[in-house]
Design a protein around this ligand. Structure first.
Ligand SMILES: [Zn+2]
Length: 523
């Protein structure tokens, strides 16, 4: 605890808190030149008081959320809230839109730290397990309205071209999902994960540091946390989905420059977006590409998906439609330094999939990677668009010429089927079930889809006989983060005959067909 924090707590405890409780607070610039906090206090425009169930607690502590400790009177947010509430309802309306427009103009230049409280939640749910925070079924989660709020906020950032640098979120599902829906990814920080009583000072210090840390050049830093963390650190009570925007100052200080309620984002988009700009509703689950600075972080334990050459290539004629198919066995391995792990989160009718990548220090980065679909024939859940099988015609030199047939999107249940020979391979299978919870492929393991499974097909009804390349591509739309995206395709050569197909393996045969310099069978 340094002197600044002591002063801050003194300020909060003995000046602001009594003022709030007495309902005497007016919009008042509070400037303490030597203190840790320079703030412009505004009463909340969201009347929802913080409740104990809003707050979350640390996965490490396992204690239920605590909102009051005798030695830190400012933590008594439940006591503060009625005073602010009463004040807010009695004050004159301000022109929030103009204020918010000015905030957007400022944010467009970068340099701010934006603290979002998670979006609206299901009030009938409570947190019953505060340790295993990956299990969303034991937590209070986003409501339908909350998901809309998160998407609209993220959409506003894109349409209004507000630059985003780092995105940090608490480990609770409601905060992670707010970040996923708005920004497409987040780095999970325990520091933001509620305020257990025994960690109050640590959490205050950690959030104060985040609020006072200058973002990456030209960007804004996003924090997605709980009402309690910002209340105990910056002395403000914000509603679900509300954003409080801070300007980092020197010497570990920060100032509050404004707040934006969730309902305002959509209005800002329609007011401020340029003609011909992006649409005002976001429908794409994939909202952001991986920021290069993050995807290139050497501390990320990334998977590396590699496609093995297809095997078991067989011909199948389906009567009476006279449809002709090629069937194949497809094998995808993970030769990276960390597992490929994906996890479903509920979002409207779909199950959005996030990819989780651990870092060497134990923290986790999550990014929205696609969706799970229920496969009725396999009777389990698949990750959509994990593979694509293609047949290409060839130039006289044996190079790919034109795509003549394709499987379209092929979905997979990701799991550890067979190990490969890698020194760092996982000793035993980890991912073995095909739910819409967690799936994955461990390091040194392969996921095999046999030729006789539904969807392991390419329709060749309209493909003339001849020699072709059969190409299998993993993650064809590059939805997953991995070490190397250039090794995701495997190509073999096949000869389609009347009523048959065969793999052409012999280099001499290939040389006869294509002449010298043929690239050869890719095995
Ligand atoms: Zn399956």
């Amino acid at each position: 605890m340094n002197i600044r924090f002591t002063q801050q707590r003194f300020l909060l405890s003995w000046i602001i808190l009594p003022a709030v409780l007495l309902g005497l607070l007016v919009p008042l610039p509070i400037v303490q030149a030597a203190g840790s906090y320079v703030g412009l206090f505004l009463p909340p425009r969201d009347s929802a008081p913080i409740q104990a169930t809003d707050l979350g607690s640390s996965p490490a502590s396992g204690h239920p959320a605590t909102v009051s400790t005798p030695s830190h009177p400012f933590v008594q947010v439940e006591n503060i809230s009625p005073g602010l509430h009463g004040y807010a309802s009695g004050r004159k309306a301000v022109d929030g839109q103009l204020e918010s427009q000015a905030l957007v103009t400022a944010l467009q230049k970068g340099g701010y730290v934006v603290y979002f409280r998670h979006a609206s939640t299901e009030r009938t749910q409570t947190d019953t397990d505060t340790i295993r925070l990956n299990n969303c079924s034991t937590q209070r989660n986003l409501s339908d309205q909350g998901r809309v709020e998160a998407r609209e906020a993220g959409n506003a950032f894109r349409v209004l071209q507000i630059p985003v640098g780092q995105v940090y979120a608490s480990a609770y599902c409601r905060t992670r999902h707010t970040a996923h829906l708005a920004f497409g990814w987040a780095e999970i920080r325990e520091d933001l994960t509620g305020v257990p009583a025994d960690k109050l000072e640590d959490r205050q210090a950690a959030l104060a540091k985040m609020l006072s840390t200058t973002p990456r050049p030209g960007k804004n830093t996003i924090l997605v946390g709980h009402g309690e963390n910002i209340a105990v650190t910056a002395g403000i009570v914000i509603g679900e989905g509300e954003a409080a925007i801070f300007s980092p100052l020197e010497d570990g200080r920060f100032s509050l420059v404004g707040r934006i309620r969730p309902v305002e984002w959509k209005k800002l988009v329609s007011t401020l977006s340029l003609p011909g700009g992006a649409v005002d509703s976001m429908v794409d689950y994939r909202v952001e590409k991986a920021p290069p600075f993050l995807a290139n972080d050497p501390d990320l334990l990334m998977p590396d998906l590699q496609t093995l050459p297809p095997t078991d290539v067989v011909y199948q004629a389906i009567q009476p439609n006279q449809v002709e198919l090629i069937r194949l066995t497809n094998t995808i391995s993970n030769a990276g330094i960390g597992p490929l792990e994906i996890q479903g989160i509920h979002q409207d009718e779909k199950t959005t999939v996030i990819q989780r990548i651990s870092k060497a220090d134990g923290s986790v980065v999550e990014q929205v990677a696609g969706e799970f679909v229920f496969h009725p024939t396999h009777d389990h859940w698949h990750f959509e668009n994990f593979a694509r099988y293609e047949i290409w015609s060839l130039t006289p030199a044996g190079e790919l010429e034109a795509l003549v047939a394709s499987s379209g999107k092929v979905s997979f249940c990701l799991r550890d089927n067979f190990p490969i020979n890698l020194p760092n391979k996982a000793p035993r299978p980890v991912y073995t079930i095909c739910t819409h919870g967690t799936q994955g492929i461990s390091v040194g393991w392969t996921d095999v889809y046999e030729y006789d499974l539904p969807d392991q097909t390419i329709d060749i009804t309209n493909v003339p006989v001849g020699v072709y390349a059969l190409r299998s591509v993993t993650d064809p739309n590059n939805q997953l983060w991995e070490l190397d995206d250039t090794n995701n395709a495997a190509t073999i050569y096949i000869e389609i005959l009347p009523g048959a197909v065969q793999i052409v393996r012999d280099p001499e045969v290939l040389e006869q067909l294509f002449g010298k310099g043929f690239p050869g069978v890719d095995t």
